[in-house]
Write a protein that binds this ligand. Sequence first.
Ligand SMILES: C[S@@+](CC[C@H](N)C(=O)[O-])C[C@H]1O[C@@H](n2cnc3c(N)ncnc32)[C@H](O)[C@@H]1O
Length: 115
Amino acid sequence: MLLPLFREGLAARPACPGVDAVRLLDLFCGGGGGAMGYNRAGFTEIVGVDNRPMPRYPFTFVQADALEYVAEHGREFDAIHASPPCQHYTRLRHLPWLKVTSSRGIKASRSSSNF
Ligand SMILES: C[S@@+](CC[C@H](N)C(=O)[O-])C[C@H]1O[C@@H](n2cnc3c(N)ncnc32)[C@H](O)[C@@H]1O
């Protein structure tokens, strides 16, 4: 019973009161779990970017390299969220059956969104 009330309450509230719509760029968007949270917090214009196809992404989706996309289009957005692969930063990376090859995502995302 609590969940529907919670959902309605958040969806009705704009992300920034007094502002029509805040454009959110969702880099490394995956299937859209994070974006859905932003939507429930009041964000309505969301563009997600991932380098793999995401047919079930619930908002506007662009298949592209996230860092190339933010370099070209980042200034068109009011807010940027990035959730790059983080496997390199977990202790589980030492498990012999996991192959973690790159830490490019997090560091590169930080410097790419430094306009
Ligand atoms: C941690 S997951 C994202 C989870 C997502 N934010 C969510 O809420 O479900 C990382 C995503 O980054 C994507 N990815 C990895 N390298 C990328 C790149 N260079 N450009 C765009 N997407 C990339 C992967 O396909 C994966 O979907």
